[in-house]
Design a protein around this ligand. Structure first.
Ligand SMILES: COc1ccc(-c2ccn(CCC(=O)N3CCOCC3)n2)cc1OC1CCCC1
Ligand SMILES: [Mg+2]
Ligand SMILES: [Zn+2]
Length: 344
């Protein structure tokens, strides 16, 4: 039978159509989208972007009903109980990636397969996330840390989970791709999701800076990327930047993501307290440091990355940088006065 217009059944088709008309905007409201899609933000986002907006499924003989069935399984394997690392975050990173890949400076620079790999990697990049950090899993000798020898434990698990489902006949939407395409697609998705591991951040940023210095922008205003490594590096930078893009979004959206990540950190801290472990930074709900932590994260991680991306994609990404600076001021101006230590 034919699929519903948005991949999933919705109550209010007009409200959904109105939201989908904003799918190329940076301040897209994923929380509202999650409600309108009846809590299927990832299935509907993936269908709208890959099928309706970019017609990529047809390009690779992907059977839409099989792809939808697969995405329902992926979405079901994002933990609804995670305040932050749930299917709405996956859909958010995918939609953010879709916006950046739509800018003319990179449009037609990447092949359809590379765009498909980046969007798919975004969609699955945190599947089955336990709401706990790599450090916690290693500190508690979690079976995943043992399995992946403390190296990019979560990121390896997200990839293995997504590809394991693809082995199941009734979910294998990639059977229509030729072997060479499927191999390259798998390699790129692996390289992209592994780049969302924060321990790779500084080396990735350094490599992107090198590319910016050497990057030639052709006369038609498009990036010129020579090698596979250079192309992958830029795509890794795009996916990683989208994974830590909350602070570049409109303030109400940014604040909602902040509340969620903080609650997820606090829940990890609660477990560390129960286990008698030292609490990880920012995980102690009895010693909150929300404003200071956000300003620090912006100054040391988000701004340096987005400034570099802004140089690479100039004149794009300026909207993100200006929102980032406004958002920094919001939290900076709310850092509580440290209690005046009475030096007696
Ligand atoms: C809206 O706030 C945040 C949004 C995203 C992040 C963030 C950091 C790294 N990533 C990439 C995935 C990753 O590696 N993680 C997932 C978070 O836990 C650490 C390992 N994402 C952090 C955020 O705030 C933190 C709490 C106060 C300052 C820092
Ligand atoms: Mg992750
Ligand atoms: Zn993520």
């Amino acid at each position: 039978g034919n699929l519903p217009k948005f991949g999933v059944e919705v109550e209010d088709e007009d409200a959904m159509s109105l939201m989908v008309s904003q799918i190329n905007t940076w301040n897209f409201d994923l929380f509202k989208f999650a409600v309108i899609s009846k809590d299927h933000p990832l299935v509907s986002m993936a269908y709208v972007i890959l099928q309706s907006e970019r017609n990529l499924l047809r390009s690779y003989n992907v059977d839409p009903p099989t792809f939808i069935k697969y995405m329902f399984v992926i979405e079901a394997n994002y933990h609804k109980t995670n305040p932050y690392h749930n299917a709405t975050h996956g859909a958010d990173v995918m939609q953010s990636c879709h916006v950046l890949l739509g800018y003319s400076v990179v449009e037609q620079v990447f092949t359809d397969l590379e765009v498909f790999a980046a969007l798919f990697a975004s969609a699955i990049h945190d599947v089955d996330h336990p709401g706990l950090s790599n450090q916690f899993l290693s500190n508690t000798s979690n079976e995943l840390a043992i399995l992946y020898n403390d190296h990019a434990v979560l990121e390896n698990h997200h990839l293995a989970t997504a590809f394991k489902f693809l082995q199941e006949d009734e979910l294998n939407w990639a059977s229509g791709m030729d072997d060479k395409q499927r191999q390259l697609f798998r390699k790129m998705v692996i390289d992209l999701v592994l780049a969302t591991d924060m321990s790779k951040h500084l080396s990735l940023l350094a490599d992107i800076k090198t590319t910016v210095e050497s990057s030639k922008v052709a006369h038609n205003g498009k990036l010129v990327l020579e090698s596979y490594n250079e192309r992958m590096l830029v795509l890794q930078g795009i996916v990683h930047s989208c994974d830590i893009s909350s602070a570049t979004k409109a303030l109400p959206i940014y604040k909602a993501w902040t509340e969620r990540i903080i609650e997820e950190f606090y829940q990890q801290g609660d477990r560390e307290r129960d286990l008698g472990l030292n609490l990880s930074p920012m995980c102690d709900r009895q010693n909150p440091s929300i404003e200071k932590s956000q300003v620090g994260f912006i100054d040391f991680i988000v701004l340096p990355l987005w400034e570099t991306l802004g140089e690479l994609m100039f004149p794009y990404c300026q909207e993100m940088l200006s929102q980032l600076n406004e958002n920094r001021m919001y939290y900076f101006s709310r850092i509580p006065e440290s209690p005046r230590c009475s030096i007696t």
